[in-house]
Design a protein around this ligand. Structure first.
Ligand code: ADP
Ligand code: MG
Length: 387
């Protein structure tokens, strides 16, 4: 789960990590007032669930409150496209107005879960800022990675080694040791998948400060933090993902044109692989889970059809717990309700499969029944080619 920069900074600040003075605003007038409060000269920062905002025009230094207001009018409601957002971009609904800090150096610091070692790792680079991806690809030796042993936790000497690797000395180095230990405490206690400070800056006055912050909570730990769901900004999420969440369905958007409805994550993966093998590109997949009802199948089907990229639907269900006739009824109900004329291929197996197939064949929909996974995939490719 993502949160905004200003929320991440509030959390970092509660762990004693210095952040710039700032205010979050929802209107251009609020931006102007906040800019006045900062003394006129300030940084206006679009809040979206993605990085790369600086280069996309979403982070700008302004010199007067009126200039801040004009920029805010331009940013609010605009879709900001960055390398992390995809072509459609993300809509700006909140703006952070911050004091403009005189920066002497920009460093990179993060703690993230390394899936390969199943441990947290500390990542640091003396060359932080907006070019960090460039540094990672052209000079990976400049990125220092340290595995953290969960038994001993992060030790001060390890934090000090990292601070030294960042080229810091004296009191700033000691401040950095404390900051790194606090960052680790934050990652652990808040169940973060990622806590990233890029850039961590050394100010001209010689202090450390988190100039940007990104926090990603581990979805599996949200139940331990009652306040997290309230922090979500739904305007930053795909509306179809929100509807799927309401019905407890897992929906993932992809880039192709075949909508996929499956039951179980493993079957979903296999379905995507086989579809690609037959030359089809999945537009999404929706996992209806084990004991789905007819209503749930119908909702799932409607969500798939709302994705305008979908030109055909492939249903691949193993009816172990689910009965195939129930699935068929759900599909027929949903497809008829939204007058779906798109090609549909259903491949199902398990209890009441004969009854399910019969219902589909007599439904009057543009539907074919696949006997095997391969047969089903070939059929949907064939039907799409004809369209
Ligand atoms: P993003 O990573 O999405 O591009 P950042 O918050 O990192 O956004 O901002 C981009 C750059 O803007 C930073 O690397 C920093 O140089 C500058 N910047 C951001 N906030 C401030 C600030 N409050 N004062 C001065 N410079 C800032
Ligand atoms: Mg940044």
């Amino acid at each position: 789960m993502n949160i905004h920069e200003y929320q991440a900074k509030e959390i970092l600040s509660s762990y004693g990590i210095p952040v710039p003075r700032g205010r979050v605003a929802l209107t251009a007038d609020q931006v102007e007032r906040a800019a006045k409060e900062m003394g006129g000269r300030c940084v206006v920062k679009a809040q979206i669930y993605a990085g790369g905002r600086g280069k996309a025009g979403g982070v700008k230094l302004v010199h007067h409150p009126e200039q801040a207001q004009d920029l805010a009018k331009e940013l609010f409601g605009r879709r900001l496209v960055t390398p992390q957002t995809g072509a459609e971009g993300l809509k700006v609904r909140r703006i952070l107005v911050e004091e403009a800090v005189e920066i002497s150096r920009e460093l990179y610091l993060s703690i993230t879960l390394d899936r390969a070692t199943s441990r947290y790792c500390l990542i640091a680079s003396a060359e932080g800022g907006v070019e960090i991806e460039e540094v990672a690809s052209t000079a990976p030796e400049k990125i220092h990675v340290l595995d953290i042993d969960p038994f001993t936790g992060l030790r001060s000497y390890q934090a000090r080694k990292t601070a030294l690797a960042l080229g810091l000395a004296g009191s700033v180095c000691e401040d950095c040791v404390e900051l790194i230990l606090n960052l680790y405490r934050c990652a652990l206690e808040k169940d973060c998948f990622l806590v990233e400070i890029n850039p961590l800056v050394v100010t001209k006055a010689g202090w450390l400060m988190a100039m940007d912050a990104k926090i990603n909570f581990d979805d599996n730990a949200i139940f331990r933090h009652r306040e997290y769901p309230d922090m979500l900004d739904y305007s930053q999420l795909d509306p179809l993902e929100i509807s799927a969440g309401k019905y407890d369905l897992a929906y993932i958007k992809l880039n192709g044109n075949v909508g996929c409805m499956v039951n179980g994550a493993g079957l979903a993966m296999a379905t995507l692989d086989v579809l690609q093998e037959f030359g089809a590109e999945p537009a999404n997949f929706l996992d209806v889970g084990g004991g789905a009802t007819r209503e749930k199948v119908a909702e799932a089907f409607k969500i798939i059809l709302q994705d305008s990229d979908v030109k055909g639907v492939f249903v691949n269900i193993f009816g172990g717990i689910m009965r195939c006739d129930v699935i068929a009824q759900g599909i027929i109900e949903a497809a008829s309700e939204v007058h779906c004329t798109l090609p549909i291929v259903v491949r199902m197996d398990g209890s009441k499969v004969a009854e399910g197939k019969k219902l589909l064949q007599e439904s009057g929909l543009n539907v074919q029944v696949g006997e095997t996974l391969g047969d089903g995939a070939a059929r949907i490719v064939g039907m799409l080619d004809k369209n």
